[in-house]
Each structure stands twice: as structure tokens, then as C-alpha cells.
Design a protein around this ligand. Sequence first.
Ligand SMILES: Cc1cc2nc3c(=O)[nH]c(=O)nc-3n(C[C@H](O)[C@H](O)[C@H](O)COP(=O)(O)O)c2cc1C
Length: 161
Amino acid sequence: MKYLENAGEMLERLEKYGAFIVVSDGEKVNTMTIGWGHFGIACGKPAFSAMIRNSRYTKEFLEKNPEFTVCFPRDASYRSALAFCGSKSGRDFDKIKECSLNLTDSEKISVPGIENCAVFECRVIFKTEMTPENTSPDTAGKWYRDGDYHVIYTGEILNVR
Ligand SMILES: Cc1cc2nc3c(=O)[nH]c(=O)nc-3n(C[C@H](O)[C@H](O)[C@H](O)COP(=O)(O)O)c2cc1C
């Protein structure tokens, strides 16, 4: 299916380096590092699902403007930026500025991508809230002891560049 042909390579990059998810409310742009995500087909559309914990500033943006890009670096050149964006919150830092990230305009959505990455432009088609009731006890005990569950934002992939 169009847009999914490089999904395997992207998942390898995700596991090896992590990726940026970029969000915007029309005024500010924020990004954070993700390490988990799914490519697939949802509601007949090519889709990427990002798992965003309730505590993330990024979630506030997605609730206001349900569009995002996922930006997969080709190599380790973004290692320090991914470490920064994966440990500091946009509530405290302008991470785009701090990491000198160059943004690139998207074609199908209002949220930009990051240069030198494979950029997937996505618009949310549904979200799924993980809860103690719908999570296996083993998983809840391993990953969610603090109660900070993920919300899974499934976005239709509208463009890849
Ligand atoms: C390698 C790596 C992978 C991460 N993956 C995720 C993820 O998939 N989902 C998530 O909610 N947080 C993940 N994080 C943590 C967030 O990137 C981190 O909490 C970030 O500071 C949140 O930024 P924000 O408050 O500006 O949204 C990851 C961090 C690292 C270092």
C-alpha cells in the first residue's frame, strides 16, 4: 500500500535511533522523541500510531490540533537532539531552538517536519486511551506503575517526503 513500503526500514530506524514526533498549535511548534509506534492499515487507510503518555506537553498540542509528523533520522547524527527532546519538556524549553532543528514545510498538514529525516505527515483518525482495565496486569506492572498511561494517536499517513 502506498506510503507503507518503507515501514520496515522506518521501524528499524525507530528501534535504533528513535524518532521525532512534531506537533503545533498554529503558534508554537513542539517535538519529543518517540521509541514506540506502529505502522499499519486502519479504517482502510495507511496509518501510523504514536503512543503518547498523558503527562506529555505534546499531548496538549495533539488535543488542540490533531496533526503530527513523525520524522525518522537516517543515522546517528541526531543523537544528542533525540536525547534532549526525549528528556526535556517543551513546557520548559523551546526544543526546536535549543537543538537548532531546521523545520521543513509539510505538503498536506499544517505541522512541519525536520530536515534530513524521512517525514511522515499524519492526521489523527482516532485515539485509544490505555487504562488499567484494558491493559494486561503484567504490562501495567512493568510500564505503568505510576499511572501515566499512553494515549495511542492513530494518524492517517497523508504524505511521505
Ligand atoms: C528513546 C526515547 C523514546 C521515547 N519514547 C516515548 C514514547 O514513545 N512515548 C512517550 O510518551 N514518551 C517517550 N519518551 C519520553 C518523551 O520523549 C519525554 O518525556 C519528553 O521530554 C516529552 O516532551 P514534552 O513534554 O515536550 O511532550 C521517549 C524518550 C526517549 C529518550
